[in-house]
Design a binder for this molecule. Structure first.
Ligand code: AMP
Length: 195
């Protein structure tokens, strides 16, 4: 198998959420990765949107790298048929490995695990630990209230607008995904069809 065209780390809920649209967006993201010769890096489980995005990627012919702490193998129902499944000892190792293997990051709707991972790569970026693009899929306004709060943080001068400029926010995965790959400096032969 040839090397993947890009490696995208997806953070998303270990639950499906209460709208079919969340699952559909996870399918869209996974399918897009697979159809464009990419590789998914994710938490390695079968539950919720995480499982959906992995299954869609594989169905579309993409590689899937799962990284899961040993203690969560049963709880998150590790996806043993990933192209590569890495069982690590700690959550820190998981996040470190996921971040190292990715060219870009995207957060889909999710809960506090998703937020934690998204905020971590964002804070690492603001500190200059990496320079990889970070996207937030604001599907059906799921993240509107979080974005309002973050704008309030800027207004209260606890961060600058430059920090907000480090993340890309879109409601449509078909717009967000090519943009992240482009910003990662990778070839984007698909760009003219997508935007
Ligand atoms: P959630 O968005 O809460 O459904 O969690 C999504 C994923 O984030 C799951 O795979 C969790 O194992 C993972 N997660 C939960 N807590 C943390 C954490 N502190 N650091 C990194 N990942 C976490």
């Amino acid at each position: 198998m040839s090397d993947p065209a890009f490696s995208l780390c997806v953070y998303c809920g270990s639950k499906p959420g209460n709208q079919e649209a969340f699952t559909q967006s996870a399918i869209q993201v996974g399918t897009w990765i697979g159809q464009h010769g990419g590789q998914l890096v994710y938490g390695g489980g079968r539950n919720g949107l995480m499982g959906t995005v992995a299954e869609a990627t594989m169905l579309a012919g993409g590689r899937v790298i799962g990284v899961i702490p040993r203690a969560l193998v049963e709880k998150e129902w590790a996806r043993t048929e990933c192209t590569e499944l890495h069982i690590v000892e700690t959550m820190h190792e998981r996040k470190q490995m996921m971040a190292e293997k990715a060219d870009a990051f995207i957060a889909l709707p999710g809960g506090i695990g998703t937020f934690e991972e998204f905020y971590e790569v964002w804070t690492w970026r603001q500190l200059g630990y990496h320079n990889k693009p970070i996207g937030l899929l604001n599907l059906n306004g799921y993240y509107d209230s979080m974005l309002s709060f973050l704008n309030a943080v800027v207004a209260h001068e606890f961060m600058g607008s430059w920090q907000m400029d480090l993340i890309r926010t879109e409601s449509d995965p078909q717009k967000l995904l090519p943009r992240l790959i482009q910003e990662a400096g990778l070839p984007t032969p698909f760009l003219s069809q997508a935007i």
